[in-house]
Each structure stands twice: as C-alpha cells, then as structure tokens.
Write a protein that binds this ligand. Structure first.
Ligand code: GLU
Length: 441
C-alpha cells in the first residue's frame, strides 16, 4: 500500500474554530498513526474573504495544539505551492485535460463539468456506502475566471497524491461531485472518511463561531493546557473503546483509526473541556508545572514572588493537586507572597454561617503561639486535640483559620499550607485579621 498522505485544507476566512481544529487533529493523528505525511494546504481562492491575519491565527493555533505539518506553508515540500492562490497555472492545465476528454464546456462565460450520468458509490470509512446520482452538470470556473471549490479541491488532492480525505460531515454531499471529477481525470480515488459534526452544548445545531468555547484563541487566552484541549477534541467524535478519555497523546496515536470514529454527532461540553484541563494540569511532572505556573503568574498578575526558590517550589507543589486551571492560579497563590490579600465575600458567608468562628480563631491563635513545633502534623494533632476536649468539630477551627490566614474558604491542604507560611506569618496574619473580621469585612 502506498504511504499515507493526508491534508488539512482550511480556508482562512475566520478565526480558528474547534470544528476545524478537530479536522486538522484527526488528519494529524492518522498521519502519526500510520507513519504518513500531514499536509497543510491553504484553500484561499476566495480573495475577498481571506486574510493574512486569519492565516496567522490558524498557523498559530495549530502550532499551539502541537499539530505540526510535514508539508505546507513555511516548511515547503515537493508538492507545492501549498496556497491555492498560487496554483492558477496548474488549474488551467487540468481544465485542458477535461476539455480534451470532452468533459468541460463553456456556458454563459463560465466553464461547466459534464457529469457522467451514472450513480456513484462513495465508500466512506465512517458512513459506509452512500450511492448518489449527480444529475446536473456543475460549474468549475466562474465567469470571472476563478476556479470553483470542487474543482481545485480535487485537482490538488490528485497533484498532492492524497490517499485519505478526512473532513467534516458537512462535505459528505459534495463528495459525489468529487468522485465524478476523480474518475474524469482517471486518478486514483482517495479513501474518504467524513467525521461527525460538533453540536452546540445546548439546543439544536452545529456549533457556530459565535458559541462560547468555539474558538481555539479563547483557550490560548485563558491559558488552557494545549494538551488538554487536544485530548478533549479527540473525544469529540472518536471513541478509544477502552473506557478511558484522559490520555497522553502517544496512546491516542497508537489507538487512532477510522473504526473508532462514531457516526453520531458529538456534543460540545464546556465543563468536560475544563475537566480535561484540570486532569492534565494535575498529571504534569512537577518541574513542568512549576515552569507553567511561574509563567502564568508573571504574565497574568502583578504578584512579586521574591527570590526564595525553595519557598516558591513548595508553594507550587502544594497547589498543583488543587489547581483547577492556570487562569485561576495567580489568585490561588497570591496570599503566599503578600500579607495584603483580599477577603472573599462568599467565603466569609460560608465560614460565618454558624457557630462562633471568632472565638474559635482566638483559641487557635493561642494554641499556635504555644506550639512547640509548627509543622503540619503538630498543628493538625494539636487542633484536633483541642476540638475534642471542647466537644467541638475540628472543622470549626479549620475553616476560620484558613479564612483568616488566606482570605478564602477553600484552597490547598490547610496544614502543609500553614507550615509553609510559618508560625510568625500565621500568627501575625490572624492578629491583623481579627479586627477586620469582627467588623464584618
Ligand atoms: N476548504 C474546505 C473547507 O475548509 C476543505 C474541504 C476538504 O477538506 O476537502 O471546508
């Protein structure tokens, strides 16, 4: 069998949509799985709607997702040019072939393709056999001289020796025209695989560029892990059949094939995307998490982390298992680096809902001042012992201590957190917080 050559053929007329990204991804996965070649071809024949900005957004988004192309813009290759706007001569040549075979004719200034009149069978790797009759001749060049999508798409797939056409299900109805063209050129037929649509998270219809979460740019801006976005996109329309979803890309590459692509449309789920992001953050090797956390804090906040690397490392290690996303990381770690941290109003309501938190805070403060050692085990044991003697739940102490020291009702494990901050800071913070909390701040 000939070596697999697949292509992603976007028209850069808008932002990079997750539907397009998923098409690129499935092509890339198939190339990786088979040891084939992944081509990026820019279908930019619509001069008015294409722009360099959109092309850059597309390339940038693909690079961010790790979808490197083997041939195409910037990298070149033996089958170029990879921009349709630079292939006009080739299209003229191919038009001549059709004319010579009596399969193209002029009408009203346009050029039409003469259909065979025979029904065609599409053997789709996902949708199975689909038989259709193309009843009418269709235009392949407009009266202004520009070639039409069906024609250039097929000519390029022939010239670039594409073996597998993997694209959105919305092209299923075009494929009959494409099969007619391949046959008219006596060219080898690629294997087609149409992939299901991505539906909006709620209601009817395909996810549009206006739906929240639809653009790759949004995830880049929110500091999502590209690996997580890529992993989630794999699961929109493909099923690994091993009951797992959060997986390293190497494993997905080894499992990916057309039999795993599902026919039914996939529904986008923002919460699930966020969950994949969290899972990937938690699974990072600590050094990688440190580097990403540092970058998120330095670029997204004004926090001055100082120069105590050992301290910074401990903070990151403590926060990694509880970090839901990179976007929220600066506010999660802020109080480790400043005594001037805000008190969260919703958190206050939770902590002050019942009991006498301020009295518990006083008791904890006395205890902390007198503890022999201020490490997490000693703090935990002493608080539990005190609670037991007083006939209270230890949580009555835990909650108010956390709130006084961090301004938040939740966060990383309390006792290691207190140990990292150290006794002096914890005591000073509780003393400073007391009057503020008493006033209802
Ligand atoms: N330019 C077409 C699109 O963006 C390509 C379709 C195809 O992959 O054949 O939908």
């Amino acid at each position: 069998m000939s070596k697999v050559r697949v292509r992603f053929a976007p028209s850069p007329t808008g932002f990079f949509h997750i539907g397009s990204a998923r098409t690129a991804l499935f092509n890339w996965l198939y190339a990786k799985h088979t040891g084939g070649t992944f081509v990026l071809r820019i279908e930019d024949t619509d001069e008015e709607r294409n722009s360099v900005e959109y092309l850059n957004i597309l390339k940038d988004g693909m690079k961010w997702l790790g979808l490197d192309w083997d041939e195409g813009p910037d990298v070149g290759g033996d089958y170029g040019p990879y921009f349709q706007s630079k292939r006009a001569d080739i299209y003229r040549e191919y038009l001549e072939i059709l004319r010579k075979k009596g399969r193209a004719y002029d009408k009203d200034g346009a050029v039409f393709f003469k259909v065979s009149g025979e029904p065609q069978i599409l053997h789709d790797a996902v949708y199975g056999d689909v038989e259709r009759l193309e009843e009418k001749d269709f235009p392949i060049f407009r009266s202004n001289g520009t070639p039409v999508f069906h024609f250039v798409n097929v000519v390029d797939d022939i010239c670039m020796q594409i073996t597998n056409v993997i694209r959105g299900q919305d092209h299923l109805t075009n494929t009959n025209k494409h099969i007619e063209l391949f046959k008219a050129f006596d060219a080898p037929m690629p294997q087609f695989a149409h992939i299901p649509l991505i539906l909006k998270s709620e209601g009817q219809g395909k996810m549009s560029k206006r739906d929240r979460g639809a653009l790759i740019e949004e995830y880049q801006q929110k500091n999502f892990m590209p690996e997580a976005v890529r992993n989630y996109l794999c699961m929109l329309g493909w099923n690994p059949k091993n009951g797992r979803e959060v997986m390293p890309i190497e494993e997905i590459i080894s499992l990916f094939d057309f039999s795993g692509i599902v026919k039914s449309n996939a529904r986008f789920d923002e919460r699930k995307m966020a969950h994949f992001n969290t899972e990937h953050i938690r699974a990072l090797p600590p050094e990688k998490f440190h580097a990403l956390a540092r970058r998120a804090i330095e670029t997204e906040s004004k926090i001055d982390m100082g120069s105590d690397e050992a301290y910074i490392g401990k903070v990151f290690d403590l926060c990694q298992p509880k970090a839901a996303n990179m976007e929220g990381l600066p506010s999660m770690v802020e109080y480790f680096f400043t005594d001037d941290y805000p008190f969260d109003a919703a958190g206050r309501e939770k902590v002050f809902k019942k009991g006498e938190p301020l009295a518990r805070l006083d008791e904890a403060l006395e205890l902390f001042k007198n503890l022999e050692k201020f490490d997490h085990d000693s703090i935990y044991n002493a608080v539990c012992e005190m609670a037991e003697k007083a006939g209270r739940k230890s949580n009555e102490y835990f909650q108010i201590v956390r709130y006084a020291v961090t301004g938040q009702a939740g966060g990383p494990d309390l006792f290691p957190m207190l140990e990292i901050l150290g006794r002096d800071k914890v005591v000073a913070r509780i003393e400073a917080a007391k009057p503020k909390l008493a006033q209802g701040v």
